[in-house]
Design a protein around this ligand. Sequence first.
Ligand code: FUB
Ligand code: ZN
Length: 655
Amino acid sequence: MQESKIDKIEITDAFWLRYMELIRREMLPYQWKVLNDKEDIVIEKERDAAYIPSEKSHAIENFRIAAGLASGHHYGMVFQDSDVYKWLEAAAYSLRRVPDPALQEIADGVVDLIAAAQEDDGYLGTYFTIEAPQRKFKRLYQSHELYCAGHFIEAAVAYYQAVHSEKVLHTACRLADCIARHFGPEEGKIHGYDGHEEIELALFRLYGTTKDEKYLALGRFFLYARGQDPSFFWQQRAADPDKSVLIEGMEGFKPEYYQVHKPLLEQETAEGHAVRVTYMCTGMARLASLAGDEAMLAACRRLWKNIVDRRMYITGAIGSTVQGEAFTADYDLPNDTVYGETCASIGLIFFARAMLDNEMCAEYADVMERALYNTVLSGMAPDGKHFFYVNPLETVPEYSRKDPGKSHIKLTRPAWFGCACCPPNLARLLSSLDNYAYIVDGDTVCTLLYMESVGRFTIAGEEVRLTQKTDYPWGGRICLRVEAGGGQTFGIGLRIPGWAAQYEVSLNGRSCEGVLKDGFLVIRRCWRTGDEVILQLPMQARCWEASPAVRADINRLAVQRGPLVYCLEQADNGKDLQLIRVPENLPLTYRFCPDQFGGTGILQGTAFRRKAPAAKGLYSPWQEPVYEAQQITLIPYYCWGNRGENEMTVWMYKK
Ligand code: FUB
Ligand code: ZN
């Protein structure tokens, strides 16, 4: 069969271009200044813990010291380098979309600096170069050496693809080669892996670009070695003569935290640190598609099902506890102590996208959409300079202020964090959304995320262009205009979102049928230039409930309109949101407000407020509750926390 592939997706969508331009014009310059300690901001700890370094970033200065261009000590988390790498990756995607000589000059300078900080044998890692060369690769459960390496490799591949910098790719290959000399199944090498997965998925990307099988084999080794000997990290720790810890607060974590309690093929449930799980799964899914590894794919499916059927919030957030930023148990989804790290939902999107390369199942794209439009967007403010690390589904300001167990539940977005993993992760995901819009499967082009765009494809050796018009997520009409030369037979697959109760499809103005398979409606025919397919999705707001197994959500309803989950905020609805009661068929009217939160659609309707019984104590004999009507306003969840400290809830109590 002749080749089919995506050639280029140009996003022209008003909703998403606003974000992409915000990243290009505001976020990248802002983050660059922060990484250079040139922005006058308060850096907050993501939770109350004395050991989180939050005086400054120092990330660029660490590289300058490692390169011998400055003197001093390393500052920050042991993985502070990854902030720079993620920034570089985001800059690469932005440059791929819009050439920008000033940004490229800065990025080229970063590449030069990274290369200067690299040691002669290819080793790269400013903490160990500056502070502890004798401990390289000796404390892998905490060191993040391969995690940082992975982030650099990802950035390097993206930057190479964007601006053809041979230097960045060369630097990345030298680093990967250094790792390959130290790790592997051979005698004399380390039969181990990093405490934080990332290198695996990165090596697969490097393999994709260089086609060097060594990188595929090394990534495969890391995945298959993981968990074979659950005591590996602790053996390393015992053997390290230096007993000082690299990251405080991590000593008590069990093997599950690092996903090393069992070999990956035996892991049935998502355990431990949520970001680690998603990066691991992304690596597993990429290996499955690159190598046709069926056993690995089956393991991915098991972990996927466990996450999305039992351990994911309606907002696409994952990670139920601050302790270890981790998964807990099936259906344990507390709304007010949740972790829901922005990076974890970003990782879930990576995992979903990698699964789509294995099998065309719309559920993967549905979850991608859920995580993206809700938790990921909630991770940043409309100014592109304030960020959430944790994305709760319920807040009470006084509880966050006074309960040490809720210190991670911030009420407004900080300017930066002591551990700044999330802000540059947002920048790299949102500036590369073109990678998530379509997929080509055989001779079928499938839509994944709906957004205005011009997509150029090669289908069975022929050029095809699809122009997508829509005002999604506000409107549900999606129009695809085809340009296909003199007529070609191929498939167009439309994702029918899981949230859509029904849909209509027309072809050139007439109702049309396709074949619905795994959530994609595939229309196969001889397409001609000018053909137009219109998909109409229902956009009325609906109440959703959680499985009764979720104790935190029992007798509660959440509102979703299209892909957007909505919430109540005190700013619109008054204090004591727990007193608001909603009927299941809550009628809601939709209104687009161009001036709110950069332009957003709000919902309004009549609900009830339970009146507090007069002069009663904390407890009293049960009485029939009394309600009064209350107009309520719901805003998209991603907009919450932008109007000062304020109560918020996604799940409302049923009347
Ligand atoms: O450990 C590196 C990153 O820092 C993790 O991915 C985040 O969860 C944060 O802990
Ligand atoms: Zn993060």
